[in-house]
Design a protein around this ligand. Structure first.
Ligand code: FES
Length: 113
């Protein structure tokens, strides 16, 4: 089983076993990882699943598609390692560090408490 490391905005790490073929977003949602909202349910239409991928693992991922690139243009704090977690399947990686880049809202703060 792929193992994914999620890193929150405070730097705390949480390693989660993912099902093969499952997206990083779905793994995060199923395990109540704070900061990944996935408002569109994985339709590549909201960018609320935006994460930073550890650069050491970027080359293991497929290139982002045109829809993902377009959505990232509207995301906040986009960096070279920004991806939409709903577009990354765990079968393509064994580990990836993900960090919520958007401003933390009250919902996320409550989840961190
Ligand atoms: S869940 Fe909406 S773009 Fe990923």
């Amino acid at each position: 089983m792929p193992s994914i490391v999620f890193v929150d905005h405070k730097g705390s790490e949480r390693e989660i076993e993912a099902s093969v073929g499952e997206t990083l977003m779905l793994t995060a949602i199923k395990n109540s990882v704070p900061g990944i909202d996935a408002d569109c349910g994985g339709a590549c239409a909201c960018a609320t699943c935006h994460v930073f991928v550890d650069p050491a693992y970027l080359d293991m991922l497929q290139e982002p598609g045109d829809m993902e690139k377009a959505m990232l243009e509207f995301a906040e704090n986009v960096q070279a390692n920004s991806r939409l977690s709903c577009q990354i399947k765990s079968s393509t990686i064994s580990k990836a560090c993900a960090l919520r880049p958007r401003k933390i809202n009250s919902k996320s703060l409550a989840a961190h408490a």
